[in-house]
Design a protein around this ligand. Structure first.
Ligand code: ZN
Length: 280
C-alpha cells in the first residue's frame, strides 16, 4: 500500500485532536526554498487540496510544483469550497486518511465525504448579507438592531438562530463525548467567552481556540466573525467511513478510483464507452 501524501495549497493545516499526520503545505506565496523542500518530501502520488476561493493563484503554484517534479509523481487535484477554518481542518483530516488510501485518486474521491465529516458553524454580529445559510427576512432585519448576535450553520440543516433569544443558546450537537472536538477562531464584539459558548453549542465538546486564518470574517460577509468546526477525533473510524467507496481500477492509469473522471489521469470510463458506441 502506498502512502499518499496530501498537499495543502494555500491552506494552513489546523492542529486537531486525534489527527497526528500532517499534510505537506504549499503556501501560495511560498519562497523557492520551501518549494524545494516540498519536492524532496514527495516520493509518491499525492492529492492537492486547493481553496475554491483562491483557485487561480493556487493552480498557478501547483503548476510550478508539477513542472519542478518533472513527472516523478502524479498529483490529483481537488478543490474545496469550505470556509477558511473548515478547509484547514479538512486538509488535516485528509492527511489522516492518506496512509490507508489505496490510491491518490481514491483519496481525492473521498474528499467530499471528508467535508461531510465536519460540522461548521459561525457566530456573527449580523446576517444581513449572509447567503449560505439564507436567513429569513425577519432575521435579516433584526440583525440591524444593536447587540444582535447569531449562530449560523450552513449544513447539513441550515441554522440561523439568535443568541439573544428566549430559548437560550441553540445547540447543534446533543452529547459530543470525546468522539467530537471543536476548533474555533476569530472574535465578535460582545462575545466575551467564545469557548464556553461553543462548548454549549457543540454538546460539551472540547473547544480549542486557534489563530484566525485570513479571510475568515469576509467569508461570512461580516467584518467580525467566530468560526467553529466540529470534527471526529477517531481517525481510524473516520478513515473507514470515508474510504468505503465502490472502487475499480481506472482503465487508463490502473489506479483504484471511485468517481468519474479519474482524479489522477482525467480518464472517464463512461465518456469513453459512449464514444465507442457512437463509433459502432
Ligand atoms: Zn486514471
Amino acid at each position: 500500500m502506498q502512502d499518499t501524501k496530501v498537499i495543502a495549497v494555500g491552506i494552513a493545516p489546523a492542529l486537531l485532536i486525534g489527527h497526528d499526520s500532517a499534510p505537506l503545505t504549499l503556501p501560495i506565496d511560498a519562497p523557492r526554498d520551501d518549494l524545494n523542500e516540498l519536492i524532496e518530501d514527495l516520493h509518491g502520488d499525492a492529492v492537492a487540496i486547493l481553496p475554491a476561493g483562491r483557485i487561480e493563484p493556487a493552480l498557478r503554484r501547483l503548476h510550478v510544483l508539477q513542472s519542478s517534479l518533472d513527472g516523478r509523481c502524479r498529483i490529483a487535484f481537488c478543490q474545496t469550497d469550505l470556509s477558511p477554518l473548515a478547509a484547514s481542518a479538512l486538509v488535516r483530516l485528509a492527511a489522516s486518511v492518506g496512509p490507508s488510501a489505496p490510491s491518490a485518486a481514491l483519496l481525492a474521491d473521498a474528499v467530499p465525504a471528508l467535508e461531510n465529516e465536519l460540522l461548521v458553524a459561525a457566530v456573527l454580529p449580523g446576517v444581513l448579507r449572509l447567503k449560505r445559510p439564507k436567513p429569513s427576512f425577519g432575521a435579516r432585519l433584526r440583525s440591524l438592531l444593536p447587540g444582535a448576535r447569531y449562530l449560523v450553520s450552513p449544513e447539513p440543516e441550515p441554522v440561523v438562530a439568535s443568541l439573544r433569544g428566549a430559548g437560550g443558546v441553540p445547540t447543534l450537537l446533543d452529547d459530543a463525548g470525546d468522539e467530537v472536538a471543536v476548533v474555533a477562531a476569530g472574535r465578535v464584539r460582545g462575545i466575551a467567552a467564545p469557548g464556553e459558548l461553543l462548548a454549549e453549542v457543540f454538546g460539551g465538546a472540547q473547544v480549542d481556540e486557534v489563530d484566525a486564518p485570513p479571510g475568515l470574517a469576509g467569508r461570512w460577509r461580516v467584518t467580525q466573525a467566530i468560526e467553529a468546526v466540529a470534527y471526529p477525533t477517531n481517525a481510524a473510524a473516520m478513515t473507514r467511513r470515508v474510504l468505503g467507496l465502490q472502487a475499480a481500477p481506472c482503465p487508463w492509469c490502473g489506479e483504484p478510483h471511485a468517481a468519474l473522471p479519474c482524479a489522477l489521469c482525467g480518464h472517464d470510463r463512461n465518456r469513453a464507452l459512449t464514444r465507442q458506441e457512437i463509433a459502432v
